[in-house]
Ligand binder design. Sequence first.
Ligand code: BYC
Length: 477
Amino acid sequence: MTSNIDYIDKIPNNVDLGRDRVLQRALEHWQPAYMGWWYDMGPNESHNYDVYLRTAISVDAEGWAVFDYVKMPQYRWGIFLVPPTQGREVNFGVNKGQPAWQDVPGEYRSMLRRLIVTQGDTEPASVEQQRMLGMCAPSLYDLRNIYQVNVEEGRHLWAMVYLLHRYFGRDGREEAEALLDRRSGDVDNPRILGAFNEPTPDWLAFYMFTFFTDRDGKFQLSSLAESGFDPLARTCRFMLTEEAHHMFVGETGVGRIVQRTAEVMAENKVDDADHVRALGVIDLETVQRYLNFHYSVTLDLFGGDVSSNAASFYTTGLKGRYEETKIQDDHQLTDATYKVGTVKDGRVIDEEIPALNALNERLRDDYIGEVQAGVDRWNKVIEKTGVPFRLRLPHKSFHRQIGNFAGHHISPTGDVLTEKQWNAKRDEWLPSQADYTFVQAMMTGRVVEPGKFANWIAPPRRGVHTQPIDFEYVRFN
Ligand code: BYC
């Protein structure tokens, strides 16, 4: 096991793949199926483009990436784990203090496989959701960024498929094939989790997705990086270094949209949404509705507020809390309690439940803290222009399909309404068909001149890596 990655093998890796011929052959067998999926479901019409991408060359914190032009089908997808930590232990649950597992404990096999499959399923799903967006990119800079995100999601799929092939034998190989068969939004064979079956129809949705939903990725991967199953922990640690860029794309993307809108509003002294739209930018009310949608469907990704699955994942040592080893407590949670929201007598209230059953809610709360900080930064951008509008996170009970709030009709301020009352307000709170039509009408063609940006988005502060903003990030050939 080295930090440097072997690019001589057909499948780049730092796990000495060549030593295990059976595994290597199985993965080489899966590789063409993966490429078939990429050609069918990867970014539309992109296969011959030269894209200025980063590729991992080492798993060291410093110098892990090189930047160069790559045709995406030739991107070197592979298997990269951070090196093992000598003497690492299971750090929580009933097995706390045991040496971390290098193999799958038999009794936890199906639970672990389910976690890995659920994680793996999200990666190709997001590529499928975003596949048409390259056709209406606001600049070459943004186009390159979405492609970077897409190839790295493809690599994250490889990360989970490696674990399935290496540790789960035949059913692992079957699961790896099924990961290429399910399709985002397919009625008969959908992706596993709700948000990954929602369309990502435009660039505002894409930036919201990478800000909100990729950040769920960060928190889930962080919890899995605490796993007592060491290969999972090590692969998730490296995935997290890639994830950071995706959230950067989301935060700066939304930030640049609200900046542009607020600047145009201030310049023209308009605040009414119709007037703002007439100036060719996205009104902040529409941005708020997209925010409400992506935030609420992403909150659902954390699972039920009360979850015996989550308790089992923790007790067994398979999935920890966010930054588990930095928390000062017994790491068993036998007597601890935690507050979760629920609806009682027509009101949202908190109730105290055993902390073990509330682990999804706890992770959701950690996530909400980080998301709020990002929204505050967007508001600073708006504030600087003098425009009084502020973006707000809706109450966490709003528009939920999973957990205690599912089936209730709750407003963004957390008031429980009747279905009729809620429906009457729906289009004020969530993007309507008219909103989608408006946003998409603004994004019909793509901007291909280096250094030029669509009217509805501000340029970024700097380019990619060391390149200027007007660099030719994508060559169409
Ligand atoms: N949609 O006990 P419960 C990422 C199911 S994102 C549909 O409450 P549990 C990325 C659940 O599966 C991170 N179904 O939940 C981002 C269970 O079904 P079964 C992805 C849902 O099990 C952007 C039942 O409801 N990684 O990486 O405690 C781009 C009862 O569930 C949903 C992970 O999620 C939903 N939203 O927790 C690319 C980590 N929620 O088993 C990538 C791995 C729940 O009864 N997954 N259900 O049929 C997990 O840790 C857990 O599976 C979950 C659910 C946290 C997702």
